[in-house]
Design a binder for this molecule. Sequence first.
Ligand SMILES: *Cc1c(COP(=O)(O)O)cnc(C)c1O
Length: 458
Amino acid sequence: MITEKIPYKIYLNENEMPKAWYNLRADMKQKPAPLLNPETHQPMQASELAEVFCKELVAQELDDNTPFFEIPQDIRNFYKMYRPSPLVRAYCLEEKLDTPAKIYYKFEGNNTSGSHKLNSAIAQAYYAKKQGLKGVTTETGAGQWGTALAMACSYLDLDCKVFMVKCSYEQKPFRREVMRTYGACVTPSPSMETTVGQKILAAHPGTSGSLGCAISEAVEKAVSNDGYRYVLGSVLNQVLLHQSVIGLEAKTAFDKYHVKPDIIIGCAGGGSNLGGLIAPFMGEKLRGEADYRIIAVEPASCPSLTRGVYAYDFCDTGMVCPLSKMYTLGSDFIPSANHAGGLRYHGMSSTLSELYHQGLIEATSVNQTEVFEAAEYFAKVEGILPAPESSHAIRIAIDEAVRCKESGEEKTILFGLTGTGYFDMKAYEKFHDKEMEDYIPTEEELAAYRKNLPKVES
Ligand SMILES: *Cc1c(COP(=O)(O)O)cnc(C)c1O
């Protein structure tokens, strides 16, 4: 069965790593809608954004036309510590599933932060340092982004202030300690340290926090402290740009062996790994050079693409951030407390939202028990203990491979294995003890959140 033609792991050489990030928006005819000022509803100007974000990152954020951005040498050097990441041919999984499908995954978990987030963390920290800033503030949910940013900041000697969603802060003490090992200051959110945190606590005493709320606190902290800017680990155009290294490496590796994927699958929280993984492939699709089926996978308990509306919304609960046009559940949406699988953000990258709106990508949602079944199956067969987030993609990759078995089609499937799950053993424990439940919000619940969308004339 197993042929040796394509190796288990396709590694690139250092000099085959991308020297420029690819900006997918350059090839989109219909561009993603611009960020709007939350008060005037006018497109955000670079000068306004520069109060919150680093200057060079603002330029990347607003640039819909430049296809390539050179990756500075210092960032490439940092990338070399843990990249290129392997493109793995999942021979064992194929054999176990007895499928004619060929399955590949791009593994981003081979670094201490345990996920792809480091690809953008180092870029954002680099530009902050270059601007002469003292430090950066951010939010973290499950903790992967905070960990990645703490690593990048410590490498560049920048101060790092992390607002960590309270329930994660309490449930994931080990991630918190990894961040502190790298010198970051970690505060559970909502906190009394910010005005917006105090307001949220007054309105919802005992709240376990949310990403949207932690974002508001981190932004406030940045704008009210000299020499600080805010950085965000997903959703933004700049983050998708940095994450394009994932797709560019995957494409180079495939090209070496003259392989072309038919189906590309990624989990979608804010959309950064999926946006990065598909970037060069979607570029070809947009230019009419090739076609790919692309599937975004989200949790049934936080279904922004599959059940959200395409509208302008706040990126945060405190409504201090710019408005972004995206598929959203409403900025005060908080997934059910029993949701353990990550991907909890209420909205979605505006680029992916626009591609989905145009029918260029598909989206599907999965229940968390099915996700953990896939996670465990994958761990046993391929050896890697996957992050719950990544396991959303594994679930659909397996389902597609099984469908190939039924139809006899030899499809080539690529999915993004975004990270490892060592810090998610509480969730695995719930699954093993059969305490994990599926929660699907009702139409009434979703409608109630939708009522609070800002009214923007388009
Ligand atoms: C953050 C994270 C995700 C989801 O974020 P995206 O921006 O949608 O990519 C997925 N997998 C892992 C391991 C993560 O840490």
